[in-house]
Ligand binder design. Structure first.
Ligand SMILES: *Cc1c(COP(=O)(O)O)cnc(C)c1O
Length: 496
């Protein structure tokens, strides 16, 4: 429990009191509770390792702990805070825990939390420049800082969305707009001459792309998955063949999506070769670097991104590996006007006389109001500095390589894919595939139910493969040592 110091007493809160019947919490109370909340959060970060990484609650525990209806009368806010301890905290899976190694290990930083407080307090909706000049202009500034840090050329301009899923959906919409401008007005249905469209990707892409084509009405059948090699990288010759094939069949290729840092293994599609093909056929190239994009700030890793500077659009997620609280995804476009053509639509009540001079966020996507997300990235960049961010990501990659070396040295384990960034795919060895799959599932179950660490898995060529992602701002060498010991112990237990 991170409960409140005993000294803190709730002031009498009487909802029927004339003073409190209208308006917000009195400023003095806000100040008092505010200090208390900050203390709580400081304790939380300090003591995070005491909590089980994966929440140990069962389904419905949270619902059962809460009343079925909202309170009729307001309650003292201290009561609410007590329930954060009692009901919410036990049901938190601690993404900020340094031994959260599942999926991708992502974490916030303290300054990111501060930024969220300001953003909530200002509560601005960045639809028009004039409704949110700070948000609109800071977004341009931090996205240009990030662009410079990642080594992208200055033709790229960015826009912030919530998640990579949404960034990619917008990129494909822009690609569709370019390939078939009629579709914006006429839609895709009931047009005799409407072309069938195709989006190309590897077998290892993220499911967000499937959701994008569902949403855009292209349908899952518009996806064509290109074979990968033994390193899980798209084979460019197969891509070229697929495009020829489709053109022959009267299908309109609109977009190819190479990934730098696939979700399963962080493999890297040959982006430069895909760019050659996209240029030859005049197809939009969208690079999915949702996870790995942050690593492009590390000079010695930049060669892994070769070719992405030729993209039409690129997505990267500072909320994944740049210590920025969820959510903040960036879509960089070679020509942001492509996005504007797909989405701009200005009703009379939103027309302004400065529209030619300023950027209005609402013109670049489906949202009208947009959160003040750039503030947290700005806080993070200023607090850590470019060199501080580089040092942290570089260290995560080093820790991942250290872990991979441990795995390789051990007779019981093997590394299952190259480790270009900070994710290690590995598995325990056993007789045949079925025995190995059962063994690895059991090891994962033992580790995860211990509450001491969290790892996840993927399937590579039919084989259950464990994934260890290193990316928390809190992670140190001892945490990697700890998870290795846990795995060794689990192996002994499961192999018996
Ligand atoms: C995480 C991830 C996504 C989806 O990210 P969201 O921001 O959660 O939508 C997409 N692509 C890749 C490669 C990812 O790693």
């Amino acid at each position: 429990m991170l409960s409140r110091p005993a000294a803190v007493q709730d002031q009498t809160w009487d909802p029927m009191d004339k003073l409190t019947q209208f308006g917000d919490m009195p400023a003095d109370d806000f100040r008092r509770y505010g200090y208390e909340v900050v203390d709580w959060l400081a304790n939380y970060f300090e003591r995070i390792e005491e909590f089980p990484v994966l929440s140990q609650v069962r389904p419905d525990d949270v619902k059962n702990a809460l009343p079925a209806s909202a309170p009729e009368q307001g309650e003292p806010f201290g009561e609410v805070l007590r329930d954060v301890d009692r009901v919410i905290l036990p049901a938190v899976t601690h993404w900020n825990h340094p031994n959260f190694h599942g999926l991708f290990s992502t974490s916030t930083s303290s300054v990111g939390v501060f930024a969220e407080m300001f953003a909530a307090a200002f509560d601005m909706k960045a639809m028009l420049w004039r409704t949110a000049p700070a948000s609109t202009e800071l977004e341009d500034v931090v996205l240009d800082w990030l662009r410079q840090m990642t080594g992208l050329p200055d033709v790229f301009e960015g826009i912030i969305y919530d998640t990579a899923s949404v960034s990619t959906m917008h990129a494909i919409a822009a690609a569709r707009e370019r390939a078939d401008p009629e579709s914006r007005k006429l839609g895709l249905l009931g047009r005799g001459e409407a072309p069938r469209m195709r989006v190309y990707l590897s077998e290892h892409v993220h499911s967000s792309i499937d959701k994008s084509v569902i949403t855009l009405g292209l349908g899952i059948q518009s996806l064509r998955r290109i074979e990968t090699n033994e390193r899980f990288e798209m084979i460019p010759e197969k891509l070229a063949e697929a495009i020829d094939d489709d053109i022959e069949a009267g299908i309109l290729p609109i977009c190819a999506i190479p990934t730098i840092g696939t979700t399963s293994t962080t493999s890297i599609d040959p982006v430069a070769a895909v760019a050659d093909i996209c240029e030859k056929y005049g197809i939009w190239m969208h690079v999915d670097a949702a996870y790995a994009g942050s690593a492009a700030i590390v000079p010695e890793l930049q060669p892994l991104f070769a070719g992405w500077e030729r993209a039409d659009s690129i997505v990267m997620n500072p909320h994944k590996w740049l210590f920025t609280p969820f959510d903040l995804s960036v879509l960089y476009c070679r020509d942001l006007d492509d996005l504007k053509k797909a989405f701009s639509l200005v009703p009379e009540y939103l027309k302004t006389d400065d529209a030619e001079r300023v950027k209005n966020g609402m013109d670049y996507g489906i949202q009208l109001g947009r959160r003040f997300r750039s503030l947290k990235l700005w806080f993070v960049m200023r607090y850590f500095g470019r060199s501080g961010l580089i040092a942290r990501i570089r260290e995560h990659c080093r820790l991942a390589r250290t872990f991979a070396a441990r795995v390789e040295e051990s007779p019981n384990w093997e590394v299952a894919a190259p480790v270009p960034f900070a994710l290690v795919c590995f598995r325990a060895k056993a007789g045949d595939i079925d025995a190995a799959n059962a063994l690895n599932e059991e090891i994962m179950r033992i580790v995860n139910s211990s509450g001491k660490a969290y790892i996840s898995h993927t399937k590579l060529n039919g084989r259950i493969t464990l994934r260890l992602s290193v990316g928390s701002v809190h992670v140190e060498e001892r945490h990697i040592e700890k998870v290795w010991q846990l795995l060794e112990t689990a192996y002994e237990q499961a192999a018996k």
